[in-house]
Design a protein around this ligand. Structure first.
Ligand code: SF4
Ligand code: SF4
Length: 423
């Protein structure tokens, strides 16, 4: 079923819902708002009313469907196998089609879908950020409130040199046993290039060549999340063209949403396209989170890991855990490092509230959700919070900074690269 294009087919999905309310218990938004409109069951009821012609495509309806983290907790908890996150995406697509997108979103998506514009914009941003943002050791905060970035919010500094400009396209090692293509994603490319260089180091230690296709750009998920299916489809085609050129054993990612794009969204968006459908499915089968690839496919070389004397905990990014199903492999890597003392969170899978642009459009609600995670982190007494997604890292770092907590946030790849360096 093409959830994103054929809204009436969603009827088949909504029929499966028996309105049991199990999703209420797991929905982070419902837990904050106690509103039926926030939870999957309420959204499904509204979708049914739209399908029956009882509800118009109003601004109020658009706001309700905007209020979803796409965390998939409801889908996992549903005894009937409903995928409410997909119903929400389809509704957003239909609303965008019926009502048109706001001009500001059209402009942002135009920039995101144009690699040259996006890269130039962020390069200018990296040079001028000191004018608009107060610099801090752990990031920066705005001098003037702008949409979604309030005065107290701490965001990462943009890297002076992006990851894609930092490394060559071919990163070969002698006697390589495999070759991977690396999709870095925007947060690694522009904010956390150390995650990308860590991947190259880790693969080198495991005798794996890394190709970093220089033409790659935003995976398109932010665009898809706001219902702009046409632009997301063009971005999917562009990445299928770029990555199909390389003869590689795997495509690896370091962010759950980017990985989900390659594994799930591209094949779904392109499934009726005779030129792209098969190629998208081939790429999907080859795509792994880096930890999944190292543990399940390449067999991680643990013999060269040096010690790290630290207490760490791990936050499971929703799309790493529930979509890519790579959380166990990330944990296996963390726990295999000598010297690491691992303190689990009570609720490691609970969404941190970041959810990509949700934290821009609904900052206060997003922060309320984050507070539960911060309390959980505090109770572990860990020195480091490890996670596998740049967007979660930004969210966690914001809360940790504002609450003056001592923890540092690191990506799993950075921790592993450090262990190799310590050998
Ligand atoms: S979406 Fe699933 S869990 Fe939620 S009310 Fe419907 S059947 Fe129950
Ligand atoms: S995807 Fe997450 S936020 Fe959205 S309805 Fe389901 S549980 Fe709630």
């Amino acid at each position: 079923m093409d959830y994103l294009r054929q809204f009436p087919e969603i009827e088949q999905e909504t029929i499966k819902c028996m309105k049991c309310g199990n999703c209420q218990a797991v929905c982070p938004l419902y837990q904050e708002t106690k509103s039926e409109g926030a939870v999957a069951r309420g959204k499904i009821k509204l979708t049914e009313e739209v399908l029956e012609g009882k509800l118009e495509y109003t601004q109020r309806l658009a706001k309700i469907f905007e209020t979803c983290l796409q965390c998939k907790a409801c889908a996992v908890a549903c005894p009937c196998g409903v995928e409410p996150d997909k119903i929400v995406l389809a509704a957003r697509a239909k609303l965008a089609q019926e009502r048109g997108l706001p001009s500001i979103k059209k402009l942002i998506f135009k920039v995101l879908s144009s690699p040259a514009l996006f890269k130039t914009g962020l390069a200018v941003g990296a040079r001028t950020q000191g004018l608009f943002f107060k610099q801090r050791e752990d990031g920066q905060s705005t001098r003037i409130p702008i949409s979604g970035i309030v005065l107290r919010r701490v965001i990462p500094k943009l890297a002076k040199t992006s990851f894609l400009n930092m490394v060559p396209e071919n990163n070969n090692v002698p006697d390589a046993r495999m070759t991977v293509a690396f999709f870095s994603g925007c947060t690694t490319n522009f904010a956390y290039p150390n995650v990308g260089t860590s991947i190259i180091e880790i693969m080198k230690q495991n005798k794996i060549n890394v190709i970093v296709p220089k033409a790659q750009h935003c995976c398109g998920l932010p665009v898809l999340m706001h219902g702009d299916v046409a632009t997301a489809t063009e971005m999917a085609k562009s990445h299928v063209d770029i990555f199909s050129k390389y003869q590689v054993d795997a495509i690896i990612t370091v962010c759950g949403t980017c990985g989900e794009s390659f594994q799930t969204n591209y094949p779904e968006l392109l499934k009726d396209d005779p030129e792209y459908s098969e190629k998208a499915q081939m790429l999907a089968k080859k795509t792994y989170d880096f930890a999944q690839f190292l543990v399940d496919v390449a067999v991680l070389d643990k013999s060269k890991l040096g010690p790290i004397d630290a207490t760490v905990t791990y936050h499971v990014p929703c799309h790493i855990g529930r979509s890519m199903k790579a959380a166990q492999q990330q944990l296996e890597i963390i726990k295999s490092i000598p010297g690491i003392k691992f303190k689990p969170l009570k609720d490691p899978d609970r969404c941190c509230g970041g959810a990509g642009s949700f934290s821009l459009t609904h900052y206060d609600l997003s922060y309320d959700i984050l507070k539960h995670k911060l309390d959980d982190i505090k109770s572990t007494g860990a020195d480091y919070v490890i996670t596998g997604c740049g967007s979660c890292r930004m969210q966690l770092n914001d809360g940790i900074s504002q609450e003056k907590m001592p923890q540092k946030v690191l990506h799993t790849a950075e921790l592993l690269a450090q262990a190799y360096q310590n050998a």
